[in-house]
Design a protein around this ligand. Structure first.
Ligand code: ZN
Length: 234
């Protein structure tokens, strides 16, 4: 069985796209982490100001460990900011802090795509654990036990489980873009950004969003590969 599995190109393309997006984010982040915003507010202060301006009183702003670990947790109502974002007054810090508040605003307004995304979390966690073991069991059944029907069933379940993970990443995209849009609106509306700074904040937010697009594209390519292999080995 010496043949070239051309579908591996899809995986390599995915890895390449992901690496380019994450490299771009790191560069953009490093660049604007050095540019101090004229307002002189830290990420934490900006977050608190945005939450207050939107009448969101039940959400706390916390400092969390790690780098670029910033996220909003809808279940505990916490805006988690990494130490650099929390403490610094850079364009990168206030942009990321505002983005996470964008998610808190979505949650407060019961924004549907966020709700839908949150409802997918338990299924996706289960599905992504299940996907590859199912596919491997399916292949093993087909190869060693000649149980082709059982094998096909397991592989199909595995691919469906993986599709759920891909769906989750696709649903994430409008949620992320919308949070960034809200972030810019808040930063501009509350007069936090000075002239020319909005383009810089936009660059940080766009670079961050691009990593989600790359992740979704990469997963989609992997799914495509699984389907092609499965159909070829019918
Ligand atoms: Zn986000």
């Amino acid at each position: 069985m010496f043949y070239f599995d051309w579908t591996i190109i899809l995986v390599i393309a995915g890895i390449f796209i992901t690496a380019v997006a994450s490299g771009k984010l790191k560069n953009t982040y490093a660049r604007y982490a050095r540019v101090h915003a004229q307002c002189g507010l830290t990420g934490c202060e900006v977050a608190k100001r945005i939450l207050a301006a939107n009448g969101i009183n039940g959400v706390v702003v916390n400092m969390t460990e790690g780098e670029l670990t910033d996220h909003y947790d809808p279940s505990s109502k916490v805006v988690n900011l990494s130490s650099a974002i929390y403490q610094d007054t850079s364009i990168a810090s206030i942009s990321v802090a505002a983005h996470e508040c964008g998610h808190a605003i979505q949650d407060n307004l019961e924004y549907r795509p966020l709700r839908f995304r949150s409802s997918l979390v338990p299924i996706v966690n289960f599905g992504s654990k299940l996907a590859f073991p199912m596919i491997l069991i399916g292949i093993a059944l087909g190869l060693f036990l000649k149980a082709s029907f059982m094998g096909r069933t397991f592989i199909t379940i595995g691919i469906v489980a993986f599709s759920l993970a891909v769906l989750f990443q696709i649903v994430t995209l409008p949620v992320e873009y919308n949070a960034s849009k809200r972030a810019l609106q808040q930063l501009e509306g509350l007069g936090i950004l000075a002239g020319g700074e909005d383009a810089q904040a936009d660059a940080v937010l766009k670079a961050a969003a691009l990593t989600y697009v790359a992740a979704a594209a990469s997963s989609l390519l992997q799914l495509l590969r699984l389907i092609i292999i499965f159909r070829n080995n019918d």
